[in-house]
Design a protein around this ligand. Structure first.
Ligand code: 5AD
Ligand code: SF4
Length: 384
């Protein structure tokens, strides 16, 4: 008989891309085959993002489209799972809004997906008129992920791999949902990290990105991020690596020195500023001010040399005035990033900022967004 197959779509960030590989690795090890066609799948999994409302809306619209599949698939009905950040954010409420969903699994529990699918597959969906809810499973309370899930050897790319070094975040930036959906920080052991890299090298992968919500805060048995970088640099056969994402408050001169000294480490730095206004940075609970950030980027350019510097910006945070916006605009003119990812503020449940009135009008956010985009477009162009 044909192997059962699953369709897996990823929304959101690099961390989610890696989580999807982990899920795919666990399912293929369990005898499933992956498919690009949702309408031939026995299981449909959406690995979701909650960072902005727009990201969630994209998932809800895909879930609505999938409900059609449940009627058209001949013979039997595919199972539908919502996993990742939205699962954690909405938990069992997902079943209320989308009754076609069979399972909901948060980021800390992805190792349970094969077992959940197995359990659900033994239930006959044609009986769903009786005891519908008993057939739904949600799992969002887990703690530490078991280390083995990172070693199934499933990578989406033949040359490059994402390697998680830490999960979660406890910085509690006032706009950000991540601490609520991904939990408090947990660092993987550096020996497991280098072991995973060696396993990927055996498969022919030679380029790597170390991943964490705040890589600079990495700590394990006396190994901090700077030390980890030099350990990774010395792995035999590795050609090149980089890291994502850095928080300015934990980014140090010693990291810049390590970036200059470790020959395999790329010189690029993604350093989200979020706003150029000290008042807004304070309200965002970012833990640094404009001057600190400007000094940091000066030091980066002086010490590291030759890399690209990129950032993230949020426009229209509650109470942001024309003058606050002007500070962000001027900061971009000063720093001249190679690229900037610019987002309109979106209130997220549970966050501190969700208690503030989202008082910058939609049109005003759009106007500021367009102005900054145009400025950055000119700067990026001039730097090519
Ligand atoms: N609204 C808009 N943008 C956000 N980001 C995070 N949370 C929000 C939010 N509530 C942006 C930040 C972050 C990037 C990944 O997403 O700029 O660095
Ligand atoms: Fe990634 Fe954050 Fe989106 Fe979760 S909410 S997928 S951690 S960007």
């Amino acid at each position: 008989m044909d192997k059962k197959c699953f369709y897996l779509r990823t929304f959101g960030c690099q961390m989610n891309i890696r989580d999807s590989e982990v899920i795919a690795g666990l399912l293929t090890a369990g005898g499933y085959r992956i498919t690009d066609e949702p309408d031939e799948a026995d299981v449909i999994i959406l690995n979701t993002c909650s960072v902005r409302q727009h990201a969630e809306d994209k998932v809800w619209s895909q879930v609505n489209n999938l409900s059609k599949l449940r009627i058209t698939k001949d013979g039997h009905t595919p199972l539908i799972g919502i996993v990742g950040c939205m699962a954690q954010n909405h938990k069992e409420r997902i079943f209320e809004r989308a009754p076609q969903v069979d399972f909901v699994v948060g980021p800390s529990d992805i190792q349970r997906i094969p077992e959940i699918i197995k359990k659900l597959s033994t239930i006959d969906h044609r009986l769903s008129a009786h005891g519908f809810l008993e057939k739904k499973i949600w799992e969002t309370d887990g703690g530490v992920r078991p280390e083995e899930i990172y070693h199934t050897g499933f990578y989406g790319d033949k040359e490059h791999a994402y390697v998680v070094i830490s999960e979660g975040c406890s910085n509690f930036c006032s706009y950000c949902v991540v601490p609520y959906v991904r939990g408090t920080p947990r660092n993987r052991n550096y020996k497991d990290i280098t072991r995973e890299i060696e396993e990927a090298l055996d498969k022919g992968i030679t380029r790597f990105t170390l991943l964490g919500q705040n890589v600079n805060a990495y700590q394990c048995d006396g190994v901090d991020f700077t030390k980890l970088v030099s350990l990774v640099n010395s792995v035999k056969g590795l050609k090149e690596f980089t890291f994502l994402t850095s928080h300015p408050k934990d980014t140090t001169i010693s990291l810049f020195k390590a970036m200059a000294d470790n020959d395999k480490l790329r010189k690029d730095l993604h350093l989200p500023i979020q706003s150029g206004s000290d008042r807004i940075l304070e309200m965002m609970n970012r833990g640094y001010n404009r001057k600190f950030y400007l000094d940091l980027t000066d030091n980066y350019r002086r010490i590291v040399k030759g890399g690209t510097l990129t950032t993230d910006i949020i426009l229209g945070f509650p109470t942001e005035t024309e003058s606050d916006f002007g500070d962000t605009y001027k900061l971009l003119e000063n720093v001249r990033f190679n690229a900037a990812y610019i987002f309109k503020y979106s209130p997220r449940p549970n966050t501190a900022a969700a208690g503030l009135r989202d008082d910058v009008a939609k049109e005003e956010k759009e106007k500021r967004h367009a102005l900054i985009l145009e400025l950055q477009r000119m700067i990026s162009k001039s730097k090519k």
